[in-house]
Design a protein around this ligand. Structure first.
Ligand SMILES: N[C@@H](CCC(=O)N[C@@H](CS)C(=O)NCC(=O)O)C(=O)O
Length: 207
């Protein structure tokens, strides 16, 4: 049985989506980020960067932080959504790393400057809006020629991007300018496991 430590954020949702898609048994432990629970010593032992998500596996005693490392672990464990080796695996990892290294941080900064900054910062807003639009443009070009992010098949790259890209309204991004992204968001968002995963990260109940 896996335990996922999460909050109602895109990086938390990635993991519940993957667990639902891959059909793996898990329980949730919600971490209250507003109350600073991510900085508690017990949590810091699991997550030295003091961030969710974390995944633990009671059967092996293994504990993992960094959402995309967790996605790779889960896909390998289930033998689904990530080819076992070769160029097709590399392709998925390439897009997965783009999500982790560029999309997440840029969209995350834009969200913070729009919704959480104690005072307006027009220069930061302009920079992160431009970077976010650029990333939507990268995916628009990719999804204009490819059914999913890493090719025809649905993979953990889609699971990683989906909960970030679906926040376009909160980020002030006009999704109409990115029709291929909008179509992909619609198709992925209709998957029952994605709907369950999104809901599981929203539920407040500590189980
Ligand atoms: N690169 C990390 C980013 C994780 C991350 O930024 N988590 C946020 C929530 S989405 C968090 O825990 N924030 C709490 C804080 O920064 O104090 C990953 O992909 O797991």
């Amino acid at each position: 049985m896996y335990t996922v430590y999460l909050a109602d954020t895109p990086n938390g949702k990635k993991i519940t989506i993957a667990l639902e898609e891959l059909g793996l048994a898990y329980q949730r432990r919600f971490v209250n980020l507003n109350a600073g629970e991510q900085r508690a010593p017990a949590f810091a032992r699991l997550s030295p960067n003091n961030k969710i998500p974390v995944l633990t596996d009671e059967r092996t005693g293994q504990s993992l932080f960094e959402s995309c490392a967790i996605l790779i672990h889960l896909a390998d464990a289930a033998g689904k959504a990530l080819p076992a080796h070769g160029p097709e695996r590399d392709l998925v990892l390439q897009w997965l790393f783009l999500q982790a290294a560029s999309a997440g941080p840029m969209l995350g900064q834009l969200w913070w400057f729009r919704h959480a900054a104690p005072e307006p910062n027009p220069m930061a807003l302009e920079r992160y809006t431009r970077e976010t639009q650029r990333i939507y443009g990268v995916l628009e070009r990719r999804l204009s020629e490819s059914r999913h992010i890493a090719g025809d098949g649905y993979t953990i790259a889609d699971m990683a991007f989906y909960p970030w890209m679906e926040t376009h309204a909160e980020l002030g991004i006009a999704i109409g300018a990115y029709p291929a992204v909008a179509d992909w968001l619609h198709r992925v968002g209709e998957r029952p496991a994605v709907q369950r995963g999104m809901r599981k990260a929203r539920e407040e109940a500590h189980v």
